[in-house]
Design a protein around this ligand. Structure first.
Ligand SMILES: N[C@@H](CCOP(=O)(O)O)C(=O)O
Length: 434
């Protein structure tokens, strides 16, 4: 399988090169040259084996083909439970994606991608991975990069725009990982990262690449766990489940639509945003207007200009229809409280947007099929929001508790490419790692 840019200048690109480059040099994003049809796959209870079978067409003929099995074993080591939420609403299930080392769905993608980047970097020259984060990607990338030899990580997060726990979690990893606390919002961080890639001299000097969902290597594992959960539910109920997916940078939502186009048993898809309106406005009016991001309590979704919109648009005639729902802070809070009171199930603010979108469906639609609400993060990461709402303290998983005992360090930085370039030039992160 070969890859091409959404902007058309680059075609026939090998998977290892698409992953190594992160984004296409023409400013576009890489996509496979065609959507491979895989249909149904057996054995969805063994997630690593299922993922390997599903992703095989992307790796066929690539220099990374031999790495697929170990990347899947690493990324899908964490459980993938589909939990009931409430006896009174049996069709609503929570696809709990937060049982990995940093308590967010990003762990799947970060572990998978870093397995491959580490191999690429060790085969040629060490890579510097830039990651912009609005909260969850940064921690997952830091965790996946710690101790690697072939790829170091520089994580840019917006000052004052992530939860206290997230700030700690982004900044607590040892070499070859560094955290930069940027004066600005997530979109500033993302712009800086993209500007660094566009600066050919800078990019070549440091072998820059990306660990955000602009990198196709992040999206493939996301397609795989959605497909595995869909297949398990389909086998159990005989119905293709609907998916309700909280979304910010649109990687997760795009992955679900792409997996459906590959023939996996996925029913209707609803993408849910927080109060940031670019996607829902476009869905209603057909006009896409990127904005400055609004700060919300579902901060990891605070994205004003979703990167994967470009992929969505370039495949708009092949991905099928989907719904879009906007859920603001008041509705998030009300949903967390209501569901906790009626069933004892506790959502994080992001996952609560999916629960709220389910509640807004007409009753007949709710009952027509199983619905998987993607629970994207563990509520402990947002204890400062959730605990005052429900009046109980949230118990962390052992992995999340262990992070509390680490020390953390982030370098403050203005949102300027010159400062980022200076930082990259004065920090030989790779040497730290050795
Ligand atoms: N929600 C993200 C923002 C970046 O998204 P990504 O999927 O492109 O990495 C975060 O938590 O940082």
């Amino acid at each position: 399988m070969k890859f091409q840019s959404t902007r058309g200048e680059h075609q026939g690109i090998e998977l290892a090169d698409a992953i190594r480059l992160g984004a296409a040099p023409d400013g576009g994003l890489f996509l496979p040259e065609g959507i491979p049809f895989v249909g149904e796959i057996d054995g969805a209870d063994d997630t690593p084996a299922f993922a390997e079978a599903m992703l095989q067409p992307f790796f066929a003929g690539s220099s990374l083909e031999g790495e697929l099995a170990s990347a899947c074993r690493r990324a899908f080591a964490q459980p993938l439970p589909i939990a009931p939420v409430d006896n009174a609403r049996p069709t609503l299930r929570s696809l709990e994606l937060f049982h990995g080392p940093t308590g967010a769905f990003k762990d799947f993608g970060a572990q998978f991608l870093f397995s491959l980047l580490d191999t690429i970097g060790q085969r040629s020259a060490p890579l510097t991975v830039l990651a912009a984060t609005s909260g969850d990607t940064g921690a997952a990338v830091g965790c996946a990069a710690e101790g690697r030899l072939g790829a170091s990580a520089v994580i840019l997060f917006p000052e004052g725009r992530v939860s206290a726990y997230q700030a700690k979690q982004i900044s607590c990893w040892t070499a070859p990982v560094q955290a930069l606390e940027v004066e600005g919002d997530f979109d500033d961080c993302q712009r800086l990262v993209k500007a660094a890639f566009q600066d050919r001299a800078l990019s070549e000097r440091h072998n820059l690449t990306s660990a955000n969902s602009i990198n196709i290597g992040r999206l493939m594992p996301q397609m795989a766990y959605i497909a595995a959960a869909a297949t398990r539910t389909y086998r159990e109920t005989g119905e293709k489940p609907g998916f309700i997916i909280p979304t910010g940078n649109l990687g997760h939502g795009f992955a679900a639509l792409y997996a459906r186009a590959m023939g996996l048993p996925i029913g209707p898809v609803i993408l849910v945003t927080n109060a940031n309106p670019a996607l829902s406005e476009w869905h209603k009016s057909g006009t896409y207007t990127p904005r400055t991001s609004l700060a919300t309590i579902a901060n990891a979704m605070d994205v004003g200009a979703p990167s994967n919109f470009e992929r969505l648009q370039s495949l708009s005639d092949q991905l099928g229809t989907f719904g879009v729902e906007l859920v603001d802070d008041d509705a998030i809070k009300a949903r967390i409280v209501a569901d906790y009171r009626t069933s004892g199930y506790l959502w994080c603010p992001h996952s609560a947007t999916a629960a709220e979108a389910f509640a807004r469906l007409p009753e007949a639609e709710q009952k027509a099929r199983p619905w998987l609400a993607c629970a994207t993060a563990h509520p402990y990461k947002f204890a400062d929001v959730v605990e005052p709402l429900v009046g109980v303290s949230v118990t962390p998983t052992p992995a999340l508790a262990a992070i509390d005992h680490r020390s953390s360090r982030a370098v403050p930085m203005r949102a300027s490419l010159d400062e980022l370039a200076r930082f990259l030039g004065t920090n030989d992160i790779q040497e730290d790692a050795a």
